[in-house]
Design a protein around this ligand. Structure first.
Ligand SMILES: NC(=O)c1ccc[n+]([C@@H]2O[C@H](COP(=O)([O-])OP(=O)(O)OC[C@H]3O[C@@H](n4cnc5c(N)ncnc54)[C@H](O)[C@@H]3O)[C@@H](O)[C@H]2O)c1
Length: 330
């Protein structure tokens, strides 16, 4: 098989995470050499495929992006970096705000600075559409005003700004603002809306939707992984110092409930008035489509079906296990 990328070494921080564990396989399949730097907050299970089938093109460094020696060791041999390691989600950041600020902001900007010193020009950062927050009308492009309403979103936004402030002729970061993810991954998460509601619908045959009018941009986890590869490989002049929104579609929470009902008809859907999560935003994905010809492919139904099948087939036995919920690890 022709391996066009043979020899290029990609450091993936957080490579054992929900996105990372898919992205790493994708990069290896594309012929890259991959270095994972991850502190394995959710155990080694997401990498068990590689333990069973060791891959000479994969190196795993169990380490912490807050520790400079770990970062230096990981960065030393890398040609490009995809930075995913983070304390992810509002509840996880609220559970340990000091850790969240340290990892998501301080260690993130330091990592970018170390990459710059190592003359690693390509640096792709995982940000989030949560930076748009609430109270915005119309379709939000990358130039829209931001309004983060949680510590998580703030740490991602300040991370973005810190990374962009380092940009120069030798350091050309690309920032992806991802929608809320869904779908199956070797490191499963059930603390994100579609995955959470799907497991409830399958197990309890009943789901409750709070509010329902809030808008969310959504994206399948495999499409997210592909976006990182596309951004990393994109022509430098098109991706350097750029922010791209990445998503499949914007849906209201109540529509998500309807789609789950269509796919798991035995489940009842209740829409309740009260809701605490105030985030609502409707995001444009035109820039990445126009500039990088990237379009998300996997429909919401695909993610629902994958998860329902994994539960029915016993691939996942207990989706209420704390390992699937980020805030328990903090
Ligand atoms: N999942 C989503 O819906 C979503 C949406 C938008 C953006 N993102 C962003 O994508 C990235 C990855 O998210 P995910 O869903 O894969 O998260 P995840 O929690 O599944 O994975 C994060 C990984 O980072 C590792 N990690 C955490 N702190 C570390 C540290 N100090 N040093 C080394 N490793 C560390 C964890 O062990 C874990 O494997 C994050 O930057 C997140 O902000 C995710």
């Amino acid at each position: 098989m022709h391996m066009p990328n043979n020899g290029k070494r990609i450091l993936v921080t957080g490579g054992a995470g929900y996105i990372g564990s898919i992205l790493v396989t994708r990069l290896l399949d594309a012929g890259y050499k991959v270095i994972i730097l991850d502190k394995l907050m959710f155990g080694v299970d997401p990498l068990k495929h590689f333990l069973k089938n060791p891959n000479p093109n994969l190196a795993v460094i169990v380490g912490d992006i807050q520790i400079e020696d770990d970062v230096n060791r990981a960065v030393e041999n890398a040609d490009a970096v995809i930075h995913l390691a983070a304390i992810v989600g509002d509840p996880a950041c609220a559970a340990d705000s000091e850790l969240a600020v340290n990892v998501n902001f301080n260690a993130t900007v330091r990592l970018a600075d170390i990459c710059k010193k190592h003359k690693i020009r390509r640096f792709v950062f995982a940000s989030t559409c949560s930076v748009y927050g609430m109270g915005k009308t119309g379709i939000l492009t990358e130039d829209a005003e931001v309004n983060p309403v949680s510590l998580y979103a703030e740490t991602r936004l300040y991370g973005e700004r810190g990374i962009l402030s380092l940009a120069d002729r030798n350091f050309s970061p690309t920032l992806l603002r991802l929608g809320t993810l869904f779908g199956l991954s070797p490191r499963m998460r059930f603390d994100i809306i579609i995955n959470y509601l799907t497991q409830k619908a399958v197990r309890e045959k009943k789901i409750s939707i709070f509010g329902g009018d809030q808008w969310r941009p959504l994206l399948h986890v495999a499409d997210a992984a592909r976006a990182f590869q596309v951004a990393m490989e994109g022509p430098l002049e098109k991706v350097e110092n750029q922010i791209f929104n990445v998503g499949l579609a914007n849906l209201q929470i109540k529509e998500i409930g309807q789609i789950i009902k269509q796919n798991i008809p035995e489940a009842e859907v209740h829409v309740l008035d009260k809701f605490e999560d105030k985030r609502s935003y409707n995001v444009s994905f035109e820039k990445i489509e126009t500039i990088l010809q990237y379009k998300a492919e996997n429909a919401i139904e695909v993610g629902i079906k994958e998860i329902a099948d994994a539960l029915k087939d016993g691939v996942i036995t207990d989706p209420t296990d704390k390992i699937y919920y980020n805030h328990y690890a903090c």
